[in-house]
Design a protein around this ligand. Structure first.
Ligand code: NAD
Length: 329
């Protein structure tokens, strides 16, 4: 029987944070969440939840008021391509997320907490290695010379260096993961901050059979998508391992966006025409390189994309029905 831990989840009202709260609670731990808001989709299972702004140091002091066994820092100003690649939110993204990381990490250090998990992103990889959709290079050691294609990616790179610097200079044991496109139920599915799998599930759910859906770009750009449960599993395994990272947590099942649309359409049982329209896209190709995580943790995500999409589509279709009254037929 594992002893109960005291766990802090920053960003606990968000997609990954709320799943992490559920999982760590199910393990029998005492869990505190902190976020600007509660989850939009389910009541929190945290024992304690602070609604507060982690840019504010006094909120960090309130949140980090004890020597937590585990701290997960997931709070960030983020969204899908429609939010992070247009340039319209760059100053907010950099300022808000960097301030949160500076505050939370330093507060943990001063509270003598030895370890914080930090969620970086595949968006920190250099754009020049992701121009070929068929063979992107996202090996962890390909990060430099740095050239992320968004300010979101630059902030992630700065912050992952910050966590590692505290390890070097302050004897901490922070852990850094680079998440690759996490998806699943209870993620943002409308409003502008949703990411490709959720947006596509919504569009497919709202479309009539034999109708059409809009896809940003030519749909030939490649990505991989990791189901939320595997993301949480990898996060816990990394945190509780002796490996510092940075390490990719992602799927290596690469698909084009057109293929993703076809998979979702098949799940929905619909035939749909793809209407390719201009839109913010990001890099041409990206896939998780899982060699390092397999080597370091003896584990890597393995669930098929279609299995995760089936669960996600079912949830989003339900949201569409109850939120818009649109019949998903
Ligand atoms: P999310 O937007 O659902 O969750 C982030 C949460 O942070 C939100 O609930 C938000 O309210 C909270 N937050 C923002 N500013 C805050 C502040 N000033 N004070 C307190 N809380 C604040 O995002 P997510 O998908 O759950 O992502 C979690 C983390 O993982 C983020 O750091 C994100 O950059 C990283 N990540 C996610 C993905 C992905 O595909 N979801 C990929 C790579 C990296």
């Amino acid at each position: 029987m594992v002893e109960s831990r005291q766990v802090l989840v920053c960003g606990a009202g968000g997609f990954i944070g709320s799943h992490l709260v559920r999982r760590t609670k199910a393990e029998g731990n005492w869990v505190r969440g902190v976020d600007l808001k509660f989850s939009d989709f389910a009541d929190t299972e945290a024992d304690d939840f602070i609604i507060g702004d982690l840019r504010d140091q006094s909120v960090c002091e309130r949140a980090v008021d004890r020597p937590f066994d585990e701290v997960y820092q997931l709070a960030a100003d983020m969204g899908g391509a429609g939010y992070i690649f247009t340039g319209a939110h760059d100053a907010d993204i950099m300022h808000n997320s960097a301030t949160i990381n500076l505050n939370v990490l330093d507060r943990c250090y001063k509270r003598n907490i030895k370890q914080v998990f930090y969620s970086s992103s595949a968006c920190m990889y250099p754009a020049y290695n992701q121009t070929d959709p068929d063979s992107p290079n996202c090996a962890e050691d390909s990060a430099y010379p740095a050239a992320p294609d968004s300010e979101y990616g630059w902030e992630k790179l700065f912050s992952e260096r910050l966590y590692i610097a505290y390890n070097r200079n302050h004897g901490m044991r922070n852990r850094v993961a680079r998440y690759h496109n996490i998806f699943g139920p209870q993620g943002t599915w409308q409003g502008g901050k949703e990411k490709a799998p959720a947006a596509i599930c919504r569009k497919v759910a709202m479309a009539r059979d034999n109708g059409e859906i809009e896809i940003w770009g030519d749909g030939k750009q490649t990505r991989s998508f990791l189901y939320i449960d595997e993301c949480v599993e990898g996060t816990l395994r990394l945190t509780r391992s002796s490996f510092e990272g940075p390490v990719n947590i992602g799927s290596d099942e690469q698909v084009t966006i057109n293929e993703l649309v076809d998979l979702v359409s098949d799940i929905a049982g619909k035939t749909l025409h793809k209407n390719h329209v201009p839109g913010p896209l990001g890099v041409r190709g990206r896939n998780s390189d899982n060699r390092l995580i397999s080597e370091a943790l003896g584990w890597a995500p393995s669930q098929s994309l279609v299995a995760g999409l089936e669960m996600t589509y079912a949830w989003i279709e339900q949201q569409v029905r109850s939120n818009t009254g649109v019949r998903a037929d």
